[in-house]
Design a protein around this ligand. Structure first.
Ligand SMILES: C[S@@+](CC[C@H](N)C(=O)[O-])C[C@H]1O[C@@H](n2cnc3c(N)ncnc32)[C@H](O)[C@@H]1O
Length: 226
């Protein structure tokens, strides 16, 4: 999979130089390119903001540099994502669907966002990472990219996704590691029993218990598809 990220702040993506995402890039499983929108500005001072028609407190990103930056990476197989608080709310299923694309382009908004015509011309999918407003689209793009890449074959170890939260419509069961006794609390006896059928049964029950407590909406909404 190839991902192009259009941003005014390429340095924000330093986390992609770490851990699993970095290894997947080095292995050639995924390709991530950072494109600085400012490099495309035809303004003599490289300005990338402009006033909105109709007035208002904030600025908008200038149309020309975003348009030209997008044209420079667009192919016939590209899907363009615009992270936006006005988009549909992101979740596990959307992450799984996005991971099926061969080329994704993310346009990171800043100021009050981008001109509506850009959204229409490039048929952008607007995706929100939650009902709150951040200062820019860089963190939302990282959240979306990090989570969708987990579904790209070869990025994670085989089997890593099967029992994770949301994979079967439930939250994951509680996990424990050494020491077996810590601060007066013992690991549940079944987990050290060696009885794999009983362990699986316990984990299922604990998953349901945790989901009922923290996310009853998941149980009401039925099972996830993935
Ligand atoms: C200050 S916000 C603009 C908010 C916009 N004026 C509105 O009210 O919908 C600047 C940029 O941050 C990004 N952003 C902020 N909150 C977001 C969220 N919850 N989900 C996805 N992107 C978000 C978007 O790219 C947005 O264009």
């Amino acid at each position: 999979m190839r991902i192009d990220i259009l941003t005014l702040f390429p340095e924000s993506f330093a986390p992609f130089k770490e851990s699993i995402i970095s290894r997947a890039q080095k292995a050639g499983t995924i390709e991530i390119n950072l494109i600085n929108i400012r490099d495309f500005s035809c303004d003599k001072h490289k300005r990338c903001d402009d006033t909105p028609f109709g007035g208002g407190a904030g600025m908008l990103m200038s149309v020309q540099p975003v348009f030209d930056a997008l044209k420079s990476v667009l192919t016939k197989n590209s899907k363009v994502i615009f992270p936006s608080p006005a988009g549909k709310v992101y979740n596990h299923q959307i992450a799984h669907q996005l991971a099926q694309n061969e080329h994704l382009i993310f346009v990171c908004g800043h100021y009050e966002g981008i001109d509506q015509r850009l959204i229409e011309i490039f048929d952008m999918e607007e995706i929100s990472i939650g009902d709150y407003v951040l200062t820019g689209g860089e963190i939302p793009a990282m959240v979306i990219i990090d989570s969708l890449l987990r579904f790209v074959p070869g990025v994670l170890k085989e089997g890593s996704l099967t029992e994770e939260s949301f994979s079967n419509g439930l939250l994951e069961y509680p996990q424990y590691t050494r020491p077996q006794s810590f601060e007066g609390l013992d690991v549940p006896a079944v987990l050290v029993s060696g009885n794999h059928a009983e362990i699986a049964k316990w984990r299922k029950q604990e998953s349901i218990k945790k989901t009922k407590k923290n996310r009853p909406d998941l149980l009401e909404g039925g099972k996830s598809e993935n």
